[in-house]
Design a protein around this ligand. Structure first.
Ligand SMILES: *Cc1c(COP(=O)(O)O)cnc(C)c1O
Ligand code: SF4
Length: 349
């Protein structure tokens, strides 16, 4: 296996970018962090200009173009952050951002202005204690979602420590970890990591972020089998990306692959308005048609909810195709059928 890639010169050496674009790309990675794990570097075919893995991780000169509608904080995390490390936008759950680091940096990342190997990489012990105090003081918090950055980039020891502290808060019932690690750096999911995850007394969900079926190869299959074998519930998250998964065959293959690996498709995200990412976004009409095709042709187990995070911090809403119209219920061929209203209303006792 090859080494991880962190510099433009590494990409030139591997034949992933042309020498002529190196200078322009340098200024892009000064702004938006670069790292590609060995597992993903090995999947890239340098002679394919449309490689869906390369497209997600190799910097692109188009990232220098920030469009007027694009936002540094596209989903408004800042507006709902009562204290460092916590985002509390919905009543029963919070995000706990433990670190700003990822083992790989996605070129479309919605937190690209926040993540990267900067100075304050990990929430300090004092900030973590204050964040835990916030959770302890808010008994309506039923679920804590560990995110970042990528929580599985933490050492198993640190992760177990956080999980143990969450164990002590009785009203927290669910811990969810959002991660890309089992797909992009499956070797991190070793016995120590599994032991750390198993140490929690809470019900644990892992939400795996993956965007192309090629990310779910043999080593990832093993990592997911270990997680599922440890009794951890697995769900998926995918970002709909132009040139990566914006066609029916790829999307269907990805969702089926998740289900084969015991990962229940959860969300398909409309790409957020992160700066310099317009070349990744698919229009909503086209996206809805794709989601409709998935619904009509593929097992119900393979259906994620297609969601849009409303820019500015107004929350996630489902934006998939509607099957209920004023005239009745729409079937997959576009025909409308009547459905009767109940004969009686609610009893008034
Ligand atoms: C996405 C998100 C969540 C999780 O939402 P679910 O619909 O429960 O998956 C929670 N808090 C914030 C701030 C989010 O952006
Ligand atoms: S793993 Fe997630 S947080 Fe990290 S760069 Fe990719 S999208 Fe952003």
């Amino acid at each position: 296996m090859s080494a991880g890639l962190h510099r433009i010169s590494d990409l030139v050496a591997r034949g992933f970018v042309e020498k002529a674009s190196a200078a322009g790309l340098e200024s892009i990675v000064e702004r938006y962090a670069l790292a590609i794990t060995p597992a993903m570097a090995d999947l890239i075919n340098p002679s394919d200009p449309y490689d869906p893995i390369a497209r997600q991780f190799i910097p692109d000169l188009r990232e220098s173009e920030t469009r007027p509608e694009e936002l540094a904080d596209p989903i408004g995390d800042g507006a709902h952050s009562p204290i460092e490390g916590i985002v509390h936008r919905y009543p029963d759950r919070v995000l706990l951002k433990l670190l700003h680091v990822c083992p790989i940096y996605c070129r479309f990342c919605f937190r690209r202005e926040m993540v990267g190997p900067g100075a304050e990489q990990i929430l300090s012990p004092e900030a973590l204690d204050a964040a835990l105090d916030y959770i302890r003081a808010h008994s309506e918090i039923w679920e804590v979602i560990l995110t970042g950055g990528d929580p599985l980039a933490l050492s198993p020891r640190r992760l177990a420590d956080v999980l143990q502290k969450l164990d002590e808060i009785a009203h927290v019932k669910i811990v969810r970890i959002h991660t890309r690690v089992p797909a992009v750096d499956p070797a991190r999911v070793d016995e120590r990591m599994i032991e750390a995850l198993k140490s929690t007394k809470k019900t644990l969900y892992v939400a795996l972020h993956a965007n192309h079926p090629r990310e779910l190869g043999g080593a990832t299959e093993e990592a997911l089998a270990k997680l599922a074998g440890a009794g951890i519930a697995l769900v998926s998250q995918t970002v709909l990306l132009r040139g990566v998964n914006d066609d029916f065959e790829t999307l269907a293959a990805l969702m089926r692959r998740f289900v084969e690996l015991r990962v229940k498709p959860y969300y398909l995200h409309q790409a957020d308005l992160a700066p310099g990412t317009s070349h990744f976004r698919v229009g909503l009409d086209e996206a809805r048609a794709l989601v409709g095709e998935l619904r009509s042709k593929v097992s119900g187990l393979c259906q994620p909810t297609f969601v849009l995070d409303i820019p500015g911090g107004f929350g996630k809403v489902p934006v998939g195709p509607d099957h209920l119209t004023g005239a009745g219920v729409l079937d997959h061929r576009g025909e409308t059928h009547a459905y009767p209203a109940p004969a009686t209303g609610k009893p008034d006792f």
